[in-house]
Design a protein around this ligand. Structure first.
Ligand SMILES: Cc1cc2nc3c(=O)[nH]c(=O)nc-3n(C[C@H](O)[C@H](O)[C@H](O)COP(=O)(O)OP(=O)(O)OC[C@H]3O[C@@H](n4cnc5c(N)ncnc54)[C@H](O)[C@@H]3O)c2cc1C
Length: 532
């Protein structure tokens, strides 16, 4: 099966050309990641003619797939929560994909955490089952766990309004959020995970267990917001899912709405600037100088890209621009894409993800790749082909190992171009590849004989293909600072210009989808109904 998203047998997108009409559009969306696609699909379904402009040669952003020698990998989709029938995000998915996306469960357990002291913990599917499992592992801390569970639920309830507030005009959002987070709920978005967890008086081991999923939002407990920490728990309380047929199905099904309503999805279409006159956006200028006009412009290209590159200088250096620029990035990442020949199921691979820790704490975020004696602190291992029921077992199976690194280790090659980097870069990649395979071998030794070949992606790869700022894995850092920023919203100080994408929601694929509907609702109130 190809990695090309198709609709009615044809590609759902086309290459950018000067011949595309300049003025036929109701909405222009910059970027076709989950945020851009969802906003475009929602507004198309509400009757707008949308032009989606994507700089990569394939749509999907971090949900695109790629292939080598018949093997296929997803870039940024390993697991998604809240996809059980009846859950609000599952309903959104159904709406945006016209019921076509089939989400399959990873089974139970869906995640396994492995620590260096021979301690492991399996994440059970189902909120109460997970709690019972924790209680059995931590006798004597049952009451603390009950209290923690109640708090997580409360935080989830409080957090939901946060998304709605993102879409309201400031004059309305300000008093409402003051009441919501001042009088009704505590504002957990502003409390670090570490500080919040310390209030429960739990053992160090329980703290480590409960916070060991920090990799799903990329920030360690001392800097992450307790809001995102709790939402990550509840995101998976009804299990973990994967799209049947792989992540490209999102582009296939969502962008079909755009095409069916007379819109267009153009790839190799790099936007240079948003056109603004008298404080109002009216179009975009492409890198080749061509201009497109529309009464509504959405940037789903990332908040940093938007304020660093796309908006005019006076907005780049406005209070809004400076404020968004000041938020840190999530960590840069490495991903080793592995091709396996033959059967890997009998060698220890499955649909459940593995989190391999080589350190006994959740404080160290980045692997120091310059220290040859240091193993990755945390290695996330996933086997995408094993999750997909459409994949033929034992044929062209695939794996991915992800870890976090310092952007500074790659900065010297930032100006070099893809495919033309110097030998030292390739040598570094070879050394990293070997060390990542060593780390995998320690956990699943038998799988090594099945390795056909590997390909490492570095932060420069993510920057090249997805224009991710500093090759960051999840957009902006999931810190208390980010979730307290009053400027990070779907609305911008430029009239008719809106933001979408994970940066205006939280982290991950489902968050990207929610952001698209939030942006659509900001523009067309009918989309609010889809948030219920
Ligand atoms: C290795 C990895 C693993 C992950 N695993 C998971 C997971 O298991 N579960 C989960 O929920 N999430 C996961 N994520 C996160 C998730 O994939 C992303 O957070 C989400 O898809 C981001 O969506 P987005 O639309 O905000 O941004 P993006 O997908 O980054 O989309 C932005 C788009 O804008 C385009 N663009 C930028 N500048 C321009 C321009 N000037 N002109 C035109 N186009 C432009 C880019 O090319 C890109 O396509 C993972 C991410 C990574 C990297």
């Amino acid at each position: 099966m190809s990695v090309i998203p198709k609709h009615n047998g044809n590609r759902v997108y086309e290459n950018y050309s000067q011949d595309i009409s300049s003025e036929a559009w109701d909405v222009i969306v910059i970027g076709s990641g989950m945020g851009g696609m969802s906003a475009a699909a929602a507004l198309s379904k509400l009757g707008r003619k949308v032009l989606v402009l994507e700089q990569h040669y394939i749509p999907g952003g971090f949900t695109h797939m790629f292939a080598r020698k018949g093997y296929k990998w997803d870039v940024g989709v390993h697991v998604m929560g809240e996809m059980r029938e009846g859950e609000v995000p599952a309903k959104m998915m159904k709406w945006l994909t016209n019921g076509k996306a089939e989400m399959v469960t990873l089974g139970d357990p869906y995640d396994g955490f492995y620590f260096p002291d021979d301690y492991d913990f399996q994440m059970a599917e189902g909120n109460q089952k997970f709690l019972a499992h924790l209680k059995s592992k931590f006798p004597g801390e049952e009451k603390i766990l009950d209290k923690y569970w109640k708090t997580v639920k409360k935080v989830e309830m409080a957090a939901k309004a946060f998304f709605l507030f993102q879409t309201l005009p400031r004059w309305l959002e300000w008093p409402l959020s003051k009441i919501w987070y001042g009088l009704i709920f505590r504002n957990w978005w502003k409390v670090s995970t570490e500080d919040a967890i310390n209030e429960f008086g739990m053992s160090e081991k329980l703290k480590r267990t409960l916070t060991s999923h920090w990799g799903y939002y990329g920030s360690v407990p001392k800097e992450s917001s307790f809001g995102i920490h709790c939402l990550t728990h509840t995101h998976f309380w009804n299990g973990a899912f994967y799209p049947k047929g792989g992540a490209k199905k999102f582009a296939e099904y969502m962008l079909a709405n755009v095409v069916d309503k007379g819109g267009k999805v153009a790839v190799r279409a790099s936007v240079d600037e948003v056109l603004v006159k008298d404080g109002k956006a009216y179009g975009v200028r492409m890198e080749d100088g061509k201009e497109f006009k529309a009464p509504i412009i959405i940037s789903a290209a990332g908040a940093k890209t938007t304020v660093n590159k796309l908006v005019p200088d006076n907005f780049k250096h406005s209070e809004w621009g400076n404020s968004l620029r000041s938020i840190g990035d999530s960590p840069s990442y490495l991903c080793l894409n592995i091709a396996f020949k033959g059967d890997i199921a009998s060698k220890g691979a499955g649909s459940s993800n593995m989190w391999l820790y080589t350190i006994d704490n959740n404080d160290q975020q980045l692997w120091d790749i310059t220290n040859l004696d240091e193993a990755p602190h945390l290695l996330y291992v996933s086997f995408p082909s094993m999750k997909d029921p459409e994949h033929e077992r034992g044929q062209k199976e695939t794996g991915e190992c992800v870890t976090f690194v310092d952007w500074d280790a790659f900065i010297k090659w930032d100006e070099s171009t893809f495919g033309n980097r110097e030998a030292a870069y390739e040598e570094l990649k070879a050394s990293i590849e070997k060390r990542l395979l060593d780390a995998l071998q320690k956990r699943i030794p038998d799988i090594m004989e099945q390795v056909d070949f590997c390909e490492l992606s570095t932060p420069l790869t993510a920057k090249h293909y997805c224009r991710a700022s500093k090759g960051a894995i999840y957009g902006l850092n999931a810190s208390t600072e980010r979730f307290s920023n009053p400027h990070l919203r779907t609305r911008t100080p430029i009239k008719n210009f809106y933001l979408s994408g994970v940066d205006v929601a939280t982290v991950g694929v489902v968050s990207g989808m929610v952001s698209g509907i939030l942006t659509a609702a900001t523009i067309d109130k009918r989309a609010y109904l889809k948030l219920l």
